[in-house]
Structures are given as C-alpha cells and as structure tokens.
Design a protein around this ligand. Structure first.
Ligand code: PEP
Ligand code: MG
Length: 892
C-alpha cells in the first residue's frame, strides 16, 4: 500500500533528506532536521505523489488519505500537548507548499489554521495575550480568505479605514478590541463575497487549505516560474502541515531567515535578518524593514536598528551552533527559517541556499580548502550557465557618477536601463529590445515576468531576503533592494530622490554589489578573471577531456577568446572579413566582373588584406590550432541593398544600376540558400578559394618565420554534400599550398577538412572521411536541414515547439541523441571507421550549450567550439561531462 504521508518532529522522522522528490525540499529538510535532533515543531508531509494523484483523478484524494491525516494530526496533538479545534487548549497548524526545488513565493501558504470564534477565546486565555490571539485570527481569515476562498484582498482596506477612524497610523497601535472589531468586519466581507459564512469547522478549514496548496501548483505564476526554470509540471508539490509556533506573542518572540554564508559574496559569515514580535512571512514580505542578526551585519549596512546579537544573545549562540551542524551535515551553505517563541528557538526550514555565481564559486572553493568537499564535487556544483554573470563588464570605478541614493546590495552586477514601474512595462519595452530597470516599492510573485525581462531590479522596501532579492539572485539579475530614500509616484510615473526627480523612461544605473543607484548610464570595465574563478576553472581543466575552442574571426573576439581560456579557434567565418568597409568594394567588383580575369584582379586586391587578417589571428592564438573556413554564403549577400550603395557600385565598376540589379537577381539564392554557395560556389569560381588558400598559407609562413614555431592551419570546406565536391577542392587547395610553400622555401603542416552540416554529408561520412582529415559539425545548418526548414522558419519553429511542449529542449539549442544528434553520432561512427584518427569537433551554436556538450563528450568528439563568452561555460560543462560519465560508469 502506498504511504501518503510522512511524520517528523520530536527528534525523529519517517523521511530523510534524500527523499526530496517525494517530500519536496521543505518536507525533506524538516525531516532531516528532526533526525538531527534540532528543535522542529512536530508535523507531517503529504507527498508529491498525492499531488500527482490529485491531478490525475479529477482533483480528488486517495481513499486512505483522510484516515492517515487524522492519525498524524493526533500524534502532533499528543506530542505538542494541545488539541486541534479544542478551545480549552488549542493546537493551530500551518499548511505550506513545498516542491522538489524551491519556487520562492510561487505557491500558497496558510498560517494559524484551526482558529474560530470559540478557539480564539481559548487562545487568548492560554497565551494571556488577547491582542495576539485576535491578531492571529485576523491574519488567518485574511490568508485563508485570499488563498483558499479566492477573495480579493480588501482586508487591508478595512484595516486602513479602521486606523483612520481610530486616529492611529501603525498596525502595532491597534488593540485587542480593534482587532476583534476587524475580525467581525473581515467575516462580514467573506460572507458577502462568498454568499456563506467563513468556515468555523477546523477540519473543513484544513481540507480547504490542503486543496488550495495542491491547486496552487497550477496557478499562472507557478506555471511561469516553472517555464523559466525548466521545472517539469509533473513533479508536483508536497503539503507540509505543522504545529504553529508564534513569533508574534510579544517582545521575547521573533521570526527570521538566515543564510549560513553570505549568498551574495560567499563570505563565510552568518547572514540574516529577523523581526521581533512578527509572524511567518513578515520578514520576506518586505512590509517591515528587517533587522540584522549580527552586530557586524548591522554595522556593515549602517543600520540603526538593534541586531539579534544585541537583544537575544542566547538565541543567536544557539543559531551559530545549528549553523555549524547543518553545514557539516549538508556540506553546503544552507538557507534557514526560524521562529523564537517566548525565548525558545524553533527551526522551520533548511535548504541549500540560492546564491550568486560569485558566491557559488567562493563557497565551493572555500569548502574544498576546509576539507569538506573534493575538487570534483566543487566542479560539479557550479551551474555552467551561471558563469555568464561573471564574464560581463562591471562599473568603471573611475567613472564620474551622480549617485541618487544607496540601498542594499541585494544581487551583484551592474545594469543600466530605462526606468519602468510595472512588470508589464518591463516586458513590453524589453521585447522591443530596450534595456529597462524595473522599479517597484516591493516585488511580489506576480512581477516575475517583468523581473526576468529587466536588466536590473530596484525596490524601495524590503531587505536582503526580500522576494526581490531572492528572485533576482536566482535569475542572475543585479538588484538593489530597500532604497528607502526613494519615493515612487505611480500616478505621475516618477521616482524621487532627495535631490532629483527621475521620470519613467529616463536611464538609471544600479550597482547590485554596492547598493548604489545612479543617474544615467555609467561606463563599464572588463571583469577580473582571477581568484576563485581561476581556481575553479583550473580544476575543471584538469578534469575535462575535450578541448574548448572559440568561434572568432575578428582580432577583438580572438583576444577575448584567449582571455576566456579558448584553446584555439574552431571556426573563423572568413566572409565576415569581407563585409568591412575597406573590403566590400573589392568584393563587389569581384562579383560584378565579366570574366575570370576581372575576378582575379579584384581578388588580388583582397589577398594581402586577408593574409594580414589570418596572420593576426595566428599570432593571437600563439600555437593553438586555428580552423579557417573558406567562403560560405551565396554571393548576393555581398551585393548592395540601399540606393546609395547601388550608386557607389555603379561609380566603382562603371556598370549601370540596371546591370547591377540584374546580376543581383541572377545570383539570388532562395531560402534555405543551400544551392549555389559554400563549396559549390568554390567549384564554380575556383579563383576565390585559391586566393583564400594562398592567403592562409602565406600568413602561416609569415608567422612561422616571426615566431620560429610552425603554424598549423586547419582549412575547412563548407556545405559539402558529396565526396566528389571535397575531392575537387582538395586538389585545388593542395596545389596552391605546394606552390606557395615552394616559392617561400618553407613547409607548412596543415589539415584539410570539412564541415558536416547537411544530412547527406553525415550519411556519407565514411567516404568523405577517406579524403577529409577532420570534421566540424555545423549543427546550425544541420538542425535546419534535418527538420527541413529555411533560415527564416527556424525561429517560429522553435516558438511553436516550445508552446506545444513536444520536445523537452529546443532542438536549436540542445543536441541530444534524437534526430540531429543521431545524425551527428552516425557521422562520427562512419567517419572514424574509415579514418580512425579523424579529428572531430562541433562549431554550431550547440557547442556552447552544457547539455549538448555532455552529448558531444559521450559520442567522442575531440573538441567543442563556441562564441568567446561561452568558452568558460564550455570548459566547466566539459569537465562536468567527464564527471557525469564516471558516475554513470560506476553505477552501470
Ligand atoms: C553551422 O551551420 O552550424 C555553422 C557553424 O555555420 P554557419 O552558422 O556559419 O552557417
Ligand atoms: Mg553552416
């Protein structure tokens, strides 16, 4: 029989940390903390399997569930010494969601459940605090009303009106009687909206809340969050039901959240916030400004509010002990939640803490140095894509800046953009390619799409653990939170600082590493790639088997590629060199020439330019391999597009515009443009490839002479469909090589290979490999051609598939064993069978995608090549591919 619920608390638990798929992250953490003997209020977890059952059985539960819940509840009552629904000695419970991975604020929670008109009186008596009892009751009605009964939040309006009537401005100034009056008002509101009274029966309340939490798995913001984070819908959420402990029973009570290390920088320090006399979500909701746990934290942020270390020193000491225990146990930084009820500390959550890429690196390297984890483990823990956050420019410290104000440095990195005040604006402007900074008083889960679209996030209220801060760190967006000096005026769409007014659409810059908010766009500088980054990359390099190269043809890109650790160039697209202003004219004259003689004259002009381009790349790559691809696109791409360009070409060639237009039409290749281009163009006009080959050999000779080290170019022919095409071009290139080398009296070792980017070439890889010395998989064209698409189709194709959810991954991003990947692995097999030492690489966009890199490793490629910015990502992913292979071998 399936076990639907798992109990925890009182130093024991039925679950464990490795049961997170079944219990969700929160449930697994609560179970594990109970096993460790930490003070956890007793409770139980309804498993994610119930969620799956719920959705596959018309939103109903398994038959045995009701009975299991009753029994588990009885155990909480027993262990806590209180009874659910008993006015004499009431037990209240919390009902919380908890999926396999944390989805901050996306799903629903109900606190203080079990209160009704009679129970609240009992709670007042037992707690000897009437105000607390009625405050808890109104919070319950408010939360339950919104979450379970779906009533719009007019509750806050009632509170505001009541405060106006009573002449007070703060919630804390309201008395027990005020709350009692408000409770009555709340219940009237519910009855009016719902057409029936607020449920008084605690059992009815409980099942209502369970249903609402399961239901919230499918709410739109949770669905959006899952889409953004690649979380499958069928994982489901668990529901955690737990005895309530109260942080809002007076001055010796508190609620807080903490990270066992700084989640922004990774520094080894307890890092968190708390609020005295507050409940549950108050800290993260950003409604009151939370206070620091430690005096050091308070001083660092120049806060005037007392730290927990000042007011509850014993609790802080206990927290330090728990921090040690949890880090030792989980061997990782933890994100914890706790409540202090009348001086006693209760743990409500532990989970692996979300962190910035910078913090992830620092923590991983520190844990290796502390002897807690191995280098392999450290390499495994860094999300390759997150490195992107570290590779982009930071603010130039020498730049003059107009600082508007300073908030909390909630998520590092700098961003400039136009001020927008709503998630909708952020999304619509970003979709038009504008950089925006989303400015909100505080963010809520409904803002998630706007936060994703924005370059950075600025909030007026809320702390380092506010929703905005946590979500921004998870997304890798810079964030400044709690910039309390700023005022947002939504009606006039302005942001006011002490000394300036900024209108919507004006540009500001935020620095999430310092908390500064500045007027205008601030210049940036390249980041340092030393320290923890370099250490971890060294470890990754020692593990990986595949080489990592870059796709680059300009000097700037080639230098960048080396800085990021590229071990050569896997694709230099020579046509990009022809588009520059000093060459396009010569190229157009080649195209417009009447005959071969005319073409050769134009090409002779291009030769020295091209030779210097190649020489410069060889110099920068300093002995690393460089793959140069001969001309690829159809000729019409080089012809004029604007009237002025036509006129200019008329002047240059002496041909009239009509003749030029005719030529353009004659050359025009229709999408997908695979006909007269690449190697086929090279066969029709051999003089083009002859010039390029000569430039490559001559450049190699120049640099070999300069450095005394042999340069070994790899010459690559594009768009081969047949062995015959390759043979014709090989004859030409080899002949040019012999001639250039003879004339110079220097021998240049070189490889001649081909791209595999058409299905026929992949299928005929065996015979092509008899002639070609290397293959580079051009998976951009190969994906298009395997699916039978034109270039223009590709984007809409990806969009359609994403909507339909037919592929787990976008085939234009991720190469896997199906379809395109199958074509690649087949070509690998056939190619290597014909030529065992065949050098194999990939230079399509997939070469920079971590999942694809794992696939490339599995099928035995020698290297991957990607854009310079992705090189560090690929280095790490290639190391992880080795580690993943080892685990697979070990478990096979
Ligand atoms: C490819 O087709 O994958 C490739 C690298 O070539 P290009 O993107 O230049 O067509
Ligand atoms: Mg291509």
């Amino acid at each position: 029989m399936t076990k639907w619920i798992y109990r925890f608390g009182d130093g024991t638990a039925e679950g464990r940390t490795d049961m997170r798929n079944l219990l969700g992250g929160k449930g697994a953490g609560l179970a594990e903390m109970s096993n460790l003997g930490l003070p956890v209020p007793p409770g139980f977890t309804i498993t994610t399997e119930v969620c799956s059952y719920f959705y596959s059985h018309g939103k109903t539960y398994p038959d045995e569930l009701r009975e299991e819940v009753e029994r588990a509840l009885a155990e909480i009552e027993h262990s806590f010494g209180a009874r659910f629904g008993d006015p004499e000695n009431p037990l209240l419970v919390s009902v919380r969601s908890g999926a396999r991975v944390s989805m901050p604020g996306m799903m629903d929670t109900v606190l203080n459940l079990g209160l009704n008109d009679r129970v609240v009186e009992g709670l007042a008596l037992r707690s000897r605090d009437e105000r607390f009892a009625y405050d808890s009751y109104r919070r319950f009605i408010q939360m339950y009303g919104q979450v379970v009964l779906g009533i719009e939040n007019h509750f806050e309006e009632l509170i505001e009106n009541h405060k106006l009537d009573s002449g007070v401005s703060l919630d804390t100034e309201l008395s027990a009687d005020d709350w009692r009056t408000l409770v009555a008002g709340f219940k009237d509101l519910v009855a009016e909206e719902l057409g029936r009274p607020f449920p008084e029966d605690p059992q009815e309340q409980l099942w209502g809340a369970i249903g609402a939490v399961f239901g919230s798995w499918m709410n739109p913001r949770a669905v959006t969050y899952r889409r953004l984070h690649d979380i499958p819908a069928d994982w489901g959420t668990a529901v955690n039901i737990q005895a309530m402990v109260f942080g809002n029973m007076g001055g010796d009570c508190a609620t807080g959240v903490a990270f066992t290390r700084n989640p922004s920088t990774g520094t080894n320090e307890l890092y968190g916030e708390y609020l005295v006399n507050a409940q549950g979500e108050d800290v993260v909701a950003g409604i009151r400004t939370p206070q620091h746990l430690t005096v050091a934290g308070k001083q660092a942020s120049r806060s005037a509010l007392p730290a927990m270390e000042d007011v509850m020193p014993e609790v802080l000491t206990e927290l330090y002990q728990i921090r040690r225990m949890l880090e030792d146990h989980y061997r990782d930084m933890q994100d914890i939640e706790f409540t202090v009820q009348r001086g006693k500390l209760w743990m409500l959550q532990t989970r692996s803490g979300k962190r910035t890429a910078q913090a992830a690196l620092k923590i991983a390297v520190a844990l290796v140095e502390e002897g807690v984890i191995t280098r392999e483990e450290a390499v495994r823990r860094i999300e390759p894509a997150s490195l992107d956050q570290l590779l982009h420019p930071t603010l130039d410290p020498k730049a003059k800046t107009a600082v508007l104000t300073r908030g909390l440095p909630a998520s590092p990195g700098a961003a400039s953009g136009k001020v927008v005040f709503s998630a909708e604006d952020a999304e619509s402007r970003a979709s038009r390619g504008e950089a925006v900074i989303l400015v909100r008083v505080e963010t809520s889960p409904d803002d998630i799409h706007g936060m994703n679209a924005a370059r950075g996030i600025l909030t007026i209220r809320g702390g380092m653990t506010s929703h905005a801060a946590v979500v921004a760190r998870g997304m890798g967006r810079p964030c400044v939170a709690g910039a309390g000096d700023l005022r947002v005026d939504l009606a006039n769409r302005t942001l006011t600082a002490r000394n300036a007014v900024v209108e919507a659409g004006e540009i500001i810059t935020i620095d999430g590493s310092t908390g500064e908010v500045m007027l205008g766009a601030v210049p940036t500088i390249q980041p340092e790639l030393s320290g923890d980054f370099a250490t971890l990359m060294d470890w990754a390099d020692a593990i990986r088997r595949m080489r990592v190269r870059a796709n680059a043809e300009t000097v700037v890109d080639a230098r960048m590629a080396r800085r990021f650790g590229a071990e050569g160039i896997g694709l230099s697209r020579t046509e990009h060199m022809f588009f520059q202003a000093d060459r396009i004219g010569a190229m157009r004259r080649v195209i417009m020439a009447e005959d071969e003689t005319g073409r050769r004259a134009g090409l002779a002009e291009l030769l020295p330019i091209q030779r210097e381009d190649f020489a410069e790349i060889f110099r920068i790559m300093n002995g690393f391999p460089v793959t140069i691809r001969l001309l690829d696109p159809p000729l019409h791409e080089f012809l004029p597009k604007t009237e002025e360009e036509f006129a200019e070409l008329e002047r240059l060639t002496g041909k009239d515009v009509t003749a030029i237009r005719h030529r353009a039409v004659a050359l025009h290749e229709v999408n997908p443009m695979l006909g007269h281009r690449g190697c086929r163009l090279g066969i029709t006009y051999p003089e083009i490839y002859e010039m390029q080959a000569a430039a490559i050999f001559e450049a190699a000779i120049v640099v070999t002479k300069e450095t005394g080290e042999a340069v070994e170019p790899e010459i690559m022919v594009p768009l081969i469909a047949t062995r015959k095409e390759f043979d014709i071009l090989k004859e030409i290139i080899d002949r040019v090589g012999r001639k250039v080398m003879e004339e110079a009296g220097v021998t240049i070792p070189y490889l001649l290979g081909t791209m595999i980017e058409l299905p026929r070439a992949a299928l005929r890889a065996g015979e092509i490999a008899e002639a070609a010395e290397f293959f580079s998989f051009g998976t951009n064209d190969l994906t298009q051609t395997v699916f039978g698409l034109s270039r223009d189709d590709a984007a809409s194709f990806s969009g359609v598939y994403q909507r339909l959810g037919i592929f787990e991954h976008d085939p234009f991003v991720t190469l896997d064993a199906e379809g395109v990947g199958e074509m690649v692995s087949l070509a690998v097999e056939r190619g290597r069978a014909a030529r065992p030492g065949l050098k194999l690489g990939i230079c399509g966009e997939h070469g920079g995608d971590p999942t694809s890199i794992r696939f490339c490793q599995a099928i035995g490629l020698d290297y991957v090549s990607c854009s310079p910015y992705r090189v560090p990502i690929a280095r790490l992913a290639a190391a992880q591919a080795v580690l993943a292979g080892e685990t697979r071998d070990a478990t096979a």
